[in-house]
Ligand binder design. Structure first.
Ligand code: MG
Length: 172
């Protein structure tokens, strides 16, 4: 078993749509970033790389690389998981995420985000937890200037049962 921690923060102010956990929030200001700014995907990707001892997302997805400009950040998370699987044979067991923001209210979108993350992580939704809270008006996040995300991931060696093929190799 290996554990990894991830953190990300992005400032509001982009004309692009706000995307968190792969879900778009129409009418909300977007986050400034080289990619689509999905801080939830970035924090989980960093946690996975951390668990695998593979550095951080800046090592693989530099913001100077045009390939990742406006990129769908689910691709960043997918790639981080692929690296952990290929290089360390590590697969997610469960993920816990804190989204700290004054806005948007995640509301009913929380369940959709959870489902989308579970799909990417190849986990049942019950093994992907998402918590939303505000910063109580304190600091830049509290002033509504940014979204902050913390993620924790537990990974285990060898493909889990649901990803095993008859040949015994990873099913993805
Ligand atoms: Mg980021």
């Amino acid at each position: 078993m290996r554990v990894g921690i991830g953190y990300d923060i992005h400032r509001f102010g982009s004309d692009a749509p706000l995307i968190l956990g792969g879900v778009t929030f129409p009418g909300e200001p977007g986050l400034i970033a080289h990619s689509d700014g999905d801080a939830v995907m970035h924090a989980i990707a960093d946690a996975a790389l951390g668990a695998a001892g593979l550095g951080d997302i800046g090592d693989y997805f530099p913001d100077t690389d045009p390939k990742w400009e406006d990129a769908d950040s689910s691709l960043i998370l997918t790639e981080a998981l692929r690296l952990a699987a290929e290089k360390r044979s590590l697969y997610p067991v469960n993920v816990d995420v804190n989204v700290v923001a004054q806005r948007p209210r995640l509301g009913e979108k929380k369940a959709i985000m959870r489902g989308r993350l579970a799909e990417i992580l190849s986990l049942p939704a019950e093994q992907v937890n998402l918590k939303a809270r505000t910063a109580e008006g304190l600091g830049p996040v509290g002033r509504g200037e940014a979204v902050e995300v913390q993620a924790l991931i537990l990974m285990e060696e060898g493909p889990p049962e649901n990803l095993r093929t008859t040949s015994g190799s990873p099913g993805r």
